[in-house]
Structure formats: structure tokens, C-alpha cells
Design a protein around this ligand. Sequence first.
Ligand code: NDP
Ligand code: X2W
Length: 312
Amino acid sequence: MMLKLFIDGAAGTTGLEIAERMAGRDEFRLITLSDADRKSVSARAAAIQDADFVILCLPDAAAREAVALGEGADTRFIDASSAHRVADGWTYGFAELRKGQREAIASARLVSNPGCYPTGFLALVAPLVAEDLLPADHGFIVNAVSGYSGGGKDLIQRMQVDAPEIGFRAYALGLEHKHLPEMQVHAGLSRAPIFAPAVVRAFRGMLVDVPLFLDPELGFADARTLHAALADHYAGEPLVTVAPIDAVPGELLVSENDPATDRLSLYVLPSADGSQVRLVAMLDNLGKGASGAAVQNLNIMAGLDELAGLRS
Ligand SMILES: NC(=O)C1=CN([C@@H]2O[C@H](COP(=O)(O)OP(=O)(O)OC[C@H]3O[C@@H](n4cnc5c(N)ncnc54)[C@H](OP(=O)(O)O)[C@@H]3O)[C@@H](O)[C@H]2O)C=CC1
Ligand SMILES: CC(=O)N[C@@H](CCC(=O)OP(=O)(O)O)C(=O)O
């Protein structure tokens, strides 16, 4: 049976990359709206009611509206926005994060995609907190850089056209960011991290860097134990790689025209004396950080090959 898929927000950055990954997928028939209709509430409502699956690639308010437009139908949703990431009734769409999560996604009607930065942070920290190898009451600091496509059409326009002189943009300087609740809740932390994100002059790509002092008296395990736990947690996961601890790279690069990838690479980078470590995640904000994750969740929910359409 062919499944009907509607991408609400299909003309946006995340929506377009999802459509690229769905090209040639004959298990699905894409419901499309004309440019004149793509923001029409009645046209969207009809598409949502008709679809088996809807992927929301919209601002938060429009994503909430879309879910309401599906009321009464059996339509299953994957929301790429941050509207439902800690909301009751929604399943967090990060299959690798904990045991049983993949199965929960498979049977859920409402799945929220993780944010791009939280994907990196949670991949590193959540399994280690869950195993009591990092203290849940620690004040984590998260330094991160993102390609500018992370800010959608508006930031792409600014970086490519309006302000091509910008090379590096630190932001969220008021220490507030919509990803903080998600990082805190899904890592099981007693307080929100300090989050210091920035944008660099590259279309896609992302580094999320969590530096730590490894004080055993404060509940921190040593770097080799942290690395072994992450390697064990992600063993057999096709999209997540934990780099060997003894092969520390000299540098990690985000380049202007990196190709798309749906992979997530994790690094445990200890100091020579073992007293400090940097936990670093490298991903594509539009890959495992958005569109790739949405397609992975769709595949899981539809009971199909989880990696179909993904970029390795
Ligand atoms: N870009 C990224 O790396 C990531 C994005 N996300 C999330 O995904 C969502 C989409 O982001 P992104 O693709 O970057 O954003 P874009 O701004 O590139 O795309 C959003 C699209 O939604 C359309 N839109 C806005 N309001 C409505 C509405 N009421 N009805 C129908 N369509 C509407 C916009 O129309 P128009 O073209 O006219 O502006 C645009 O095409 C956001 O919630 C974002 O936070 C999540 C993870 C990563
Ligand atoms: C570079 C940039 O602006 N990034 C966005 C986050 C992109 C993303 O992850 O979208 P969600 O917020 O839906 O998760 C930001 O910091 O707001």
C-alpha cells in the first residue's frame, strides 16, 4: 500500500531537504500544494486530513496550528519545529538516545524531532548521566557552532545576500535559547546548561563542544570510562560513530561547501593528564539535526528500512 505523505512547509530549508531524501521512494506518494495554496489554512487542513504522515517544517506557531488542523483524523505527525519537544503526549524522535526509544517512535502518532544542537549535546551527555558517569546536577557548558542554514531562509538570505561580510556570529548572548528546556529534560539534568552558540560562514555543519573538569569527588568518571560507555551505548548504530580515544584528531573542520550527511560523529578528547576532557559532537544541522532525522523517524514509524533515503 502506498503511504500518503504531506510536508507542511515544503518550500523551506528543512522541507526541501526532506523532499530530496524522499525522491524515488515509491512506498510514498507526496501530497503537494501549489505556491498559492501552501499557506492556505483550508488547503493545508485538507492535505493534513488526507495524509497518513505529515512532517511539519514550520515555525513553532504554525506547527501547533497544523496539529490542530489534523484533529479527528488518524494522521501521524513528525514535527521538526521546537513546539513539542518537551510536550506531553509527544514521543522524542531520537531513536539512539535510550533503550526502547526506537520502539516508542515506531508506535507513536506524535513524534517530535530533536533540535540540531540538542542532538549533539544529548548524544554526548544523556547516556553518561543515565549511567551516573556524569553528575545530573552539574552546570554543563555547551559551546557550539552551526552552519547558517540552521537559521532557515532568513539567515541564509542574510549570510549570502544582505551581509556577506559576516564570518562568525555569536548569538543567544542573553543566555536564553529555545533549545535549553529540551537539553535539560532529555539529559535528565537538574538545571539548564549555559549555551553559547555561534554561526560560521558555512552553509551546513555543526560542532557541539562540552568541556569538563573530571573531578572524581564531584561524580565525574575518567575519560576512558566515558569513552567506553559511549562506544558501548552506540555499538551497532549505523548513523552514530564514536571515534577511538587514542586517535585524537588535530582539528575538526566545518567547511563552506561540505556535502550533506545524516551521520553523527562523537569524540572524547582528554587532556594529557586526564584531568579535563572535551566531549564533541559533529553533525550536519540539516542531516541528523533536522531533515535526515525526520526521514529516519518516518521510516521507523512506517516500519520501513530505517536508513532508506538517508545520506551516509
Ligand atoms: N534549518 C535547520 O537546520 C533546522 C530547522 N529546524 C526547524 O524546522 C522548522 C523549519 O525550519 P527551516 O526549514 O529552517 O525554516 P525556513 O524559514 O527555511 O522554512 C520555513 C517554511 O515554512 C513556511 N511557513 C511559515 N509559516 C507558514 C504557515 N503558516 N503555513 C505554511 N507554511 C509556512 C515558510 O514560508 P516562506 O517560504 O513564505 O517564508 C518557509 O517556507 C523550524 O521550526 C526550525 O526551527 C530544526 C532543526 C534544524
Ligand atoms: C543557526 C541557528 O540560528 N540555529 C537555530 C536553531 C536551528 C534548529 O535546530 O532548529 P530548531 O530550533 O527547530 O531545533 C537557532 O539557534 O535558533
